[in-house]
Ligand binder design. Structure first.
Ligand code: PGA
Length: 264
């Protein structure tokens, strides 16, 4: 069953692409997808900080939403190396990715830190794309559900129901991400998205919890995207490597759209 009236598709380019490469990518992606109505597609690209200003100018705002890969949780102050929501909005950023597993693992980000970022992003009217997911070790100990629920309950603590239209959740099992990752099976994705859905409903009530988009990420590619979007609790896909070429990303978009439409 397709519950939302939009499909959510996006990419995080991680620490790749210069300003020129990002601008070219966005221009091409817009060109390839401009005939698809944005009433049924929320398309977003999350490039490096240094590219954001030019990225925003490379495609019309209504076509592709631009996101940042991280955000400091204060408006300004003694936070060397951090970028505030005010600075992000100044360059046209609309989306902030929060809690990507690479930041949690390599930079020591905690659920409590993600919570401050989520609250700050929402208070500034930015879309908060919260990434959650268990490691291979946690999966093998059979505590994935507990981990996912903990990540959600802490990161979303204190979020008001009235702010939830700005929330997106990306379920990205750590073992599925990157060159050594194995994509999760459709059955596994459905099971974990249901855990996320139930947790969101516990936090915000059944009706609101039902309408928060849940995207799957982790080794999504042209070969598995359609099968993944068929999964009933999957509202979108968050793609890394396979989306970094505008032609490939557009192919995935045009392939999954009819599959998503036929979920009705
Ligand atoms: P991948 O990355 O598609 O290259 O596995 C996904 C992600 O890190 O969001």
């Amino acid at each position: 069953m397709k519950k939302l009236n939009k499909i959510y598709l996006g990419t995080n380019t991680k620490m790749n692409k210069t300003i020129a490469q990002t601008a070219r990518f966005l221009t091409e992606l817009h060109e390839h997808t401009k005939d698809i109505s944005r009433d049924e597609l929320e398309l977003f690209v999350i490039p490096s900080f240094t590219t954001l200003y030019h990225a925003r100018k490379s495609a019309p705002a209504g076509s592709i939403r631009i996101g940042a890969q991280n955000m400091g949780w204060a408006d300004c102050g003694q936070f060397s190396g951090e970028i505030s929501p005010i600075m992000l909005k100044e360059v046209g950023v609309e989306v902030v990715m929060i809690g990507h597993s690479e930041r949690r693992r390599m930079l020591g980000e905690t659920d409590e830190m993600e919570n401050k970022k989520v609250q700050c992003a929402l208070a500034h009217g930015l879309v908060a794309l919260l990434c959650v997911g268990e490691t291979e070790e946690e999966r093998d100990y059979d505590i994935s559900d507990e981990i996912i629920r903990r990540q959600l309950k802490i990161a979303l603590h204190g979020v008001d129901k009235s702010q939830t239209s700005l929330l997106r959740i990306a379920y990205e099992p750590v073992w599925a991400i990157g060159i050594n990752g194995t994509p999760a099976t459709e059955e596994y994705v459905q099971e974990k998205h249901l855990v996320i859905r139930q947790t969101l409903q516990e936090l915000f009530g059944a009706g609101i919890g039902e309408r928060i988009p849940i995207l799957y990420g982790g080794s999504v590619n042209a070969g598995n995207a359609s099968a993944l979007i068929k999964v009933s609790e999957v509202d979108g896909l968050f793609i890394g490597r396979s989306a970094w070429d505008a032609g490939n990303f557009s192919k995935i978009i045009t392939n999954v759209l009819p599959v998503w439409r036929s979920k009705n």
